[in-house]
Design a protein around this ligand. Structure first.
Ligand SMILES: Nc1nc2c(ncn2[C@@H]2O[C@H](COP(=O)(O)OP(=O)(O)OP(=O)(O)O)[C@@H](O)[C@H]2O)c(=O)[nH]1
Length: 502
């Protein structure tokens, strides 16, 4: 080998050594052992390369890399499986969103293709992240002040939307109570269209003020009633005290006149015994009789006075009692109105969750005591969110009213329906066994699906899913509802518009 060839070989070796050093840095991070060995290899190849030691190190690294490769493969498969699971769950959560469902299907089919290296895995993860952020980004990251509908007509700002819904329901209940109150009507109008965050906060404040004022008014009403009772009782007490005073004065007067009469009679007796002249006796008798008459007249006057005082006391007590009775009736009516109000859902006019809880406890106790059947069904309107999104909140409200009314029409006698919340209703069906329950619920489901809804000139079919169960011997109140809810979930999962009975 001449010196030219030797120099070329030296240069090639140096280039190769530098390349291996760079490559080894790139592969750092596979495992701690590989990283250590790569460091050793770089030591052998830098400055003055020692190829003998480097070869030994490369042999060791070959084993490490083989192990690392199979571990990377395993890890990649695991990551892909997890990714598929999350995307499927995500797809189920947003099943009503066709565009999102389509995008999920695309990413899922990409995940089923072979993934040859970490870069392909990275790219798959990136696609999934973009898919997930399609839904979450507008709420969290988009700082725009307005709650907007995106290109597919989906509403962003779900939290704000929920707050607006809650406020809207609250204000609707006030509107039913005070239909002519302009502030309530104004708030109702404001809450019917999407609001910016600032406007929503402002509206929140106004609603809170309204609720506080209303509560204080209610408290004032109760306070006024109590004050009236207190004043009336105070008036009665004054009259009783003055009547007692008059009675004790009359009693003293009566005692005095009785003593006067007794003394006159005693004197007369003595006069009769001592007198020896008829004329004198006559004169003295006249004097005594005059005194007795005056004492009797005093006594009569005292009796009259006392009687009048008593009469006036009774009259005044009667007036006060009549007054109090009127007030109490008014108050009782108000209390009854308030109880009915607090047990009624303002939108559908059906009993609300509080009413359901009370009714359930009663039915549950009675069914257990008499060992009789009791069925419970949970009903949830399908894809209700899309009605709100496509036709507006008012259309959603109308749907709830019609569905609630329709379900109620199918009930008889002791059967009970309430709005549980949102688009969910709960029914209690005493004396209904499982076989009858399934048929009854299915009749309701079918007739509901046939109802002709029309929003914005578009015919819409509304369906609901039903979960129904019967009381078991070992049931606790909560377990019965939880079971019906689980069955409803199965009805939803099974494709909706169906009844699942245990
Ligand atoms: N208009 C109106 N909407 C309401 C009311 N209460 C709750 N909602 C809305 O009802 C929607 C319920 O949506 P989801 O829970 O996603 O259910 P869904 O769209 O019916 O879908 P599935 O139940 O899975 O078939 C939410 O958008 C709520 O904002 C209400 O009183 N009026």
């Amino acid at each position: 080998m001449d010196s030219k060839q030797l120099t070329a070989l030296k240069t090639h070796n140096e280039t190769l050594a530098q390349f291996i050093v760079r490559l080894s840095s790139f592969y750092e991070g596979l495992s701690a052992e590989t990283d250590n060995e790569l460091k050793v290899l770089r030591g052998h190849l830098s400055a003055k390369p020692d190829y003998t030691l480097a070869t030994a190190s490369i042999n060791k690294l070959n084993n490490h890399i083989q192990l690392a490769q199979s571990s990377v493969k395993q890890h990649t498969q695991l990551t892909i499986r997890e990714l598929e699971k999350s995307i499927k769950q995500f797809q189920q959560n947003f099943a009503q969103d066709q565009e999102l469902t389509r995008q999920c299907a695309l990413v899922l089919s990409a995940a089923q293709m072979p993934v040859n290296n970490l870069f392909e895995l990275q790219s798959l993860c990136l696609r999934a992240i973009r898919l997930f952020s399609n839904v979450s980004q507008p709420v969290a990251a988009d700082n725009s002040k307005n709650i907007q509908a995106d290109t597919e007509g989906r509403q962003s700002g779900t939290l704000f939307e929920e707050i607006q819904n809650e406020l809207s329901q609250l204000i609707n209940s006030y509107a039913k109570k005070q239909p002519d109150e302009p502030r309530v009507q104004d708030l109702k109008k404001r809450l019917d269209s999407p609001l910016s965050e600032d406007d929503l906060l402002q509206t929140c404040l106004t609603v809170i003020r309204l609720v506080v004022t209303e509560t204080m008014h209610e408290a004032t009403l109760s306070g006024r009633m109590i004050y009236r009772i207190y004043t009336a009782l105070g008036g009665i007490q004054e009259k009783v005290e003055s009547s007692i005073e008059t009675s004790s004065q009359s009693f003293e007067k009566r005692q005095k006149s009785s003593a006067d009469i007794t003394s006159q009679l005693n004197q007369m007796d003595q006069t009769v015994q001592e007198s020896d002249s008829l004329e004198l006796l006559k004169q003295q008798a006249k004097t005594h009789i005059a005194s007795i008459s005056s004492a009797v007249a005093d006594r009569k006057a005292a009796d009259n006075e006392e009687q009048q005082a008593l009469m006036s006391l009774f009259n005044s007590m009667q007036t006060q009692l009549e007054n109090l009775q009127r007030q109490a009736q008014l108050y009782r009516r108000k209390l009854a109105e308030q109880t009915a109000f607090s047990h009624t859902d303002p939108l559908t006019r059906l009993p609300n969750r509080l009413a359901y809880n009370e009714r359930f406890n009663r039915e549950y106790e009675e069914a257990k005591l008499d060992n009789r059947a009791l069925s419970l069904a949970v009903i949830d309107i399908d894809f209700f969110k899309s009605i709100n999104d496509r036709f507006g909140h008012q259309a959603g409200d109308k749907t709830l009213q019609v569905v609630g009314h329709h379900l109620k029409k199918h009930l008889h006698g002791d059967e009970f329906i309430s709005r549980w919340g949102g688009e969910e209703f709960v029914m209690l069906l005493p004396f209904i066994e499982v076989s009858a329950l399934e048929k009854k619920l299915d009749d309701m489901r079918q007739s509901l699906a046939r109802l002709p809804f029309k929003f914005k000139q578009e015919k819409v079919s509304i369906t609901a899913s039903f979960g129904g169960t019967c009381l078991r011997m070992d049931d606790l109140p909560e377990s019965m509802f939880a079971r019906a809810d689980e069955l409803l979930y199965q009805a939803k999962k099974g494709g909706r518009n169906r009844v699942v009975v245990e």
